[in-house]
Design a protein around this ligand. Sequence first.
Ligand code: PDD
Length: 286
Amino acid sequence: MNGPNPELMCLIGAEQVRETEASISPFDRGYLFADGIYEVIAILDGKLIDAERHWARLQRSCAEIDLPLPMPIEELKQAILGLVETNNVTEGRVYFQVTRGVAERDFAFPDDPQPQLFAFTRQVPVADTASSRKGIKAITVEDLRWKRRDIKSIALLPQTMAKQAAKKAGAGEAIMVEDGLITEGSSSTIHMIKDDVLVTRMLTREVLPGVTRATVFDVAREQGIEIQERAFSVEEALAADELFLTSASALVQGIVELDGHTIADGKVGVMTDRLRELYIEVGLKA
Ligand code: PDD
């Protein structure tokens, strides 16, 4: 798939428009300042996975940057659900973003913002992929981002650079590092299993509060798995029993190589596999 698809609809505001016919003004502050917030939700069996947590995070991110929603949240939800239905997405994802809309180019916010919604869907395999079966390679890169990474901002240049570095190295994810400690992946939360304990960085302004992370924690607790929320180093990750990432795009995915070093036996770990299975099961049931 490459860019706009004439067979699919997207949302511009509450309106469904053919992707190839959709347009947004270049004066939109999303285009000029990356002044906006986004979300990605996985779709399995035509169902939005972890939707409540994604809606809640959207509202929180918007509130943190004083960005009003373009419509009441219930209408926004219905518009997104309607788009998924129109495009007949059974498995894949929906992307949506809210920007501060068209205004004269002025750094300060407009007094009468006209926030804009854009959303599109993609039908892609999510539940069963080669990466989820075999695991992926990752590299480490310096975390070059701003100091409010808890906000899901559309300003993603450091993450695009990180992902490009991973691609160049033949890896699937770039793990960002600050002061010797892992913050998170360029588009994922990073976790390790050491001595049967699930270790994940604590939630501060340094990382995005991952929705998949939260649900994986619920699942892990139900399984009686001990969770430690603390920062860990690259050295610890290299010596982990299992290393994995979570995100709405990849769900739960094993990392079997980091910076050219094999993690454990080089296979996706048993607990990673189990958490992935349970995550999908819980998501479909909710
Ligand atoms: N990325 N950390 C970062 C920096 C992310 O961009 C993401 C998600 C996550 C995981 O969050 P969640 O489990 O809520 O998806 C963590 C999305 C999928 C993306 O940018 O495509």
